[in-house]
Design a protein around this ligand. Structure first.
Ligand code: FMN
Length: 199
């Protein structure tokens, strides 16, 4: 039986280790078919997708990202530094060469609400990937401009994210989510449903 959208959303998790196992490009195209149905400011559809499957290019992308990550990790402080350490994340990004495909997602800078629109499309995309039984990561390298250049991105577009796609090669516990009671209010920001239930 097909999974519901709620099940897919609950089961999806960010995967940072991928099997090299290959699959058809058509599967990725099918996921992008879903992403392109997203709403967008004045229906400008300000997105552009580049599918990277070339191993040499993936290597270059990894090198470029890791150069940016080294700088980022050398300077990161406070709560974010602590969170990254707890998650055992570091400057190394091997998933960029492991995953059979990376989808680079771009936004058109001058379209209305372009970033908001593209990020809605990314939301659709990662759930579509989940529905295929594949895994993904929403990766935002610190030096996105440099990566964009490798992909011949024109001036009027900006790279939003790199989404490696493949079969998961790690078992991951779902990162906890806040419960509805904490994040939903009725009629007024502070009127949390939690308080209403208690009364
Ligand atoms: C806008 C955005 C940027 C992100 N950037 C990165 C990133 O650069 N590197 C990374 O490893 N994960 C990145 N992530 C993944 C988050 O760390 C992850 O979604 C979060 O920890 C929750 O885990 P889950 O996706 O497994 O539920 C990003 C996610 C989003 C939505």
């Amino acid at each position: 039986m097909r999974k519901t959208i709620k099940e897919l959303a609950r089961e999806r998790r960010s995967i940072r280790k991928f099997k090299k196992e290959e699959f058809e490009l058509n599967i990725v195209l099918d996921c992008i078919e879903v992403a392109k149905e997203a709403p967008s400011g004045s229906n400008a559809q300000p997105w552009h997708f580049v599918i990277i499957e070339d191993d040499e290019l993936k290597k270059k992308i990894r090198e470029t990202c890791e150069k940016g990550e080294k700088k980022f990790y050398a300077n990161v402080k406070g709560k974010l530094a602590e969170w990254l350490k707890n998650k055992k994340l570091n400057w190394q990004k091997p998933f960029l060469i492991e995953a059979p495909y990376i989808i680079a997602v771009f936004s058109h800078k001058k379209s209305p609400y372009s970033r908001e629109s593209v990020w809605i499309a990314i939301g659709y995309l990662i759930l579509a990937i989940e529905e295929k039984g594949l895994a993904s990561l929403t990766y935002t390298p610190p030096n996105r401009g440099e990566v964009a250049k490798l992909l011949n991105c024109p001036e009027d577009y900006r790279l939003e994210a790199l989404i490696p796609v493949g079969y998961a090669n790690e078992d991951k516990v779902k990162e906890p989510r806040k419960i509805l009671d904490e994040i939903v209010a009725i009629n007024s920001f502070h009127n949390l449903i939690y308080n209403l239930i208690k009364d």
